[in-house]
Ligand binder design. Structure first.
Ligand SMILES: *Cc1c(COP(=O)(O)O)cnc(C)c1O
Length: 412
């Protein structure tokens, strides 16, 4: 590849995933980016050129790695190119990225609207910290209902944050419709698009100003790194870099950034497989008599399937299900699984399932307690890259181990 970044980003998705942010190392001629483990960089020595060493516009100017370092920059170019945004800034985790956006763009007294169902760490950040401690007025709304968003918007609303599909309930919000409402009052629209793994949806094309990702999930995909990214308009990314990178300091480490860049190469291929496997596993579970409810955006039974079909390109690998079983049998089901692992996190090559107990012995879940969204026995399944037949066989044998409920409750 011998194209400058601006031309690389005009190529098609699979090519961008491989070539954006890649290049020949000037010193060694390696065709892989090196890992640069330096915490200081040589400054320009003349009074005319010193400022260049600190200029954000000069995207390959480095001075101190908290503001920017080479491996972070290569990753930013790759992600900006792939998501189709002007620029990107990366952080040490997904929460740091989303938190960095709020820290940079909101002040005490500002009003914002957010999806009520969002990742637990973001929910706590919005309600307990921004809301209760820092004086930002936060309206948590059901963003799957466009009218609820419209009703919550005020002439002074600064920001509308939506998470779609939502973690953990895979609810889908209409990005274009919400962006149109936000535009009427000049509010910025931010979308946590982690569940889409970039490939399955493009919020910037639907009117979002900024897209956030937990890189930890699909983008890393191998379960061995932590990171976050914000992608969008240049002026906003520069503000976030200025405020959050420098003053919060949640910097991704060079090796972590390198791992993420390496992983993105296979992201389009992996997402295609996650989407195919997700649909097949969801269809299997939906047809099983011991499963009470399945929620997967690609199923016609999903409450926002029509929106998902319109705004997504594939439905990802995340789904929820509820067993038609007694509580004790949930654990029997989990311990019977042989291919699928009971663990937190998602988007890995291996399939992971997480049980969300409702009895309040789980303090961070108590904060959320989505009573109407998560019934007893809620399971979140991250469908991995294994052969779908093996995943279905594993679920089938674990379901066989649990007794059927005598009077099967009605499907909701
Ligand atoms: C995991 C997750 C986050 C947080 O990312 P970390 O990398 O764990 O900090 C934010 N949003 C969504 C939707 C997530 O799934």
């Amino acid at each position: 590849m011998n194209l400058p970044f601006e031309e690389t980003r005009q190529l098609r998705t699979a090519t961008r995933a491989i070539h954006c942010g890649e290049g020949v190392d000037a010193e060694t001629k390696a065709i892989r980016r090196p890992i640069v483990m330096a915490n200081s960089f040589k400054l320009n020595d003349t009074s005319e050129t010193l400022a260049e060493s600190f200029a954000w516009e000069n995207t390959h100017a480095f001075n101190y790695p908290r503001s920017r370092h080479p491996n972070a920059r290569y990753l930013e170019e790759r992600l900006a190119g792939l998501e189709g945004g002007e620029d990107c800034v990366v952080f040490s985790s997904g929460v740091a990225a989303v938190g960095g956006v709020f820290f940079s763009l909101l002040s005490a007294g500002d009003h914002m609207v957010s999806s009520r169902i969002c990742y637990i760490g973001i929910h706590g950040l919005l309600v307990e910290h921004l809301g209760k401690r820092f004086g930002v007025e936060v309206s948590m709304v059901d963003s799957t209902n466009v009218e609820d968003v419209r009703a919550a918007i005020r002439p002074t609303t600064k920001l509308v944050h939506i998470e779609t599909p939502s973690n953990p309930t895979t609810l889908v919000s209409d990005i274009a419709a919400i962006a149109a409402i936000a535009r009427t009052v000049g509010a910025l629209v931010t979308v946590d698009s982690t569940f889409s793994g970039i490939i399955a949806q493009q919020p910037l094309l639907l009117g979002a100003d900024l897209v956030m990702h937990s890189l930890t999930k699909y983008i890393n995909g191998h379960g061995d790194g932590l990171g976050g990214a914000v992608i969008g308009r240049q002026d906003l990314i520069t503000r976030i870099r200025d405020a959050a990178s420098i003053h919060l300091g949640a910097t991704i480490n060079p090796f972590g950034a390198w791992l993420m860049s390496r992983s993105v190469v296979t992201l389009p291929l992996r997402m295609q497989r996650h989407c195919e496997n997700g649909l097949r596993v969801a269809q299997f579970l939906e047809s099983h008599p011991k499963v009470k409810l399945v929620r997967y955006p690609g199923l016609e039974s999903h409450p926002q399937h029509a929106i998902a079909r319109r705004q997504m390109d594939g439905y990802g690998g995340m789904l929820n299900f509820i067993l038609a079983a007694e509580k004790k049998d949930y654990f029997r089901f989990l311990e019977s699984l042989r291919v699928i692992t009971h663990a937190v996190c998602l988007g890995h090559a291996e399939s992971l399932v997480q049980y969300y107990p409702q009895e309040g012995n789980h303090p961070e879940l108590g904060v959320l307690n989505y009573p109407e969204d998560i019934g007893e026995g809620f399971l979140r399944l991250s469908v991995g890259l294994e052969d779908a037949k093996d995943l279905i066989a594993d679920l089938a044998q674990a379901l066989e181990k649990i007794p059927a409920l005598r009077a099967s409750p009605e499907k909701p």
